[in-house]
Design a protein around this ligand. Structure first.
Ligand code: AMP
Length: 204
């Protein structure tokens, strides 16, 4: 199963990514985690990544694409993978698509967790209170949600046009959501298998 996961802050993306990876026996690969772990190394690339992350910007497409390509070439990705936090730009979408189609291992699905904005705001405000994050107030949270929506909308459109998009409501209990996610992904995978079988039977 080759998957991407997308979702706004507060929709439980990290929790669901872990459960999906366990359920399908695939590694969950978060580019944010990769970059955070690189920050401590003392190499020119690590210093560059550290500076970009500290300024709140994006790591360049070239560096990001290369790091993901190297990670996907590792043996644990042979049976599939779940990418989290990548792709984030249209250039990254194109590079990933070309690499996967080139190796005959295209994506099976792009999972987008959806969540009602007011509910997510309430969730994040509660979390900020519990964790004492005073910089998380309703305004900053709404800006982050809007930024997510603006940045992902063009990517979701591309994947929607490719017939890969699977949208699942991310609100509810953890298990309730994961059951919904597994059912939706299994459905998508079955659809893909039927399409492949038809192509083999009738290659015209
Ligand atoms: P995240 O934990 O996904 O929010 O990522 C943390 C930081 O890592 C981001 O603010 C970016 O600086 C960097 N990063 C993660 N993924 C990407 C990506 N696909 N493209 C560019 N920068 C990224």
């Amino acid at each position: 199963m080759r998957l991407l996961i997308m979702g706004p802050p507060g929709a439980g993306k990290g929790t669901q990514a872990k459960l999906i990876a366990e359920h399908y026996g695939i590694p969950a690969i978060s580019t944010g985690d990769i970059f955070r772990s690189m920050k401590t190394a003392d190499t020119p690339l690590a210093r560059q990544v550290r500076d970009i992350m500290n300024s709140g910007g994006y790591v360049s497409d070239d560096i990001t694409n290369q790091i993901v390509a190297e990670r996907l070439a590792e043996p644990d990705c042979e049976g599939g993978f779940l990418l989290d936090g990548y792709p984030r730009t249209l250039a990254q979408v194109e590079t990933l698509d070309a690499a996967l189609v080139g190796s005959g291992t295209p994506l099976d699905a792009v999972l987008a967790l959806t969540a009602d904005t007011d509910e997510v705001v309430a969730r994040l405000l509660k979390r900020a209170e519990i964790e004492g994050r005073s910089d998380d107030n309703e305004d900053t949270i709404r800006v982050r949600l809007q930024t997510y929506a603006d940045q992902t909308a063009p990517l979701l459109e591309v994947y929607g046009n490719h017939g890969l998009l699977v949208e699942v409501d991310g609100l509810g209990g953890i298990e309730e959501v994961s059951e919904r996610v597994f059912a939706a992904l299994d459905g998508k995978l079955a659809e893909g298998l039927v399409a492949t079988a038809e192509l083999v039977e009738d290659p015209s």
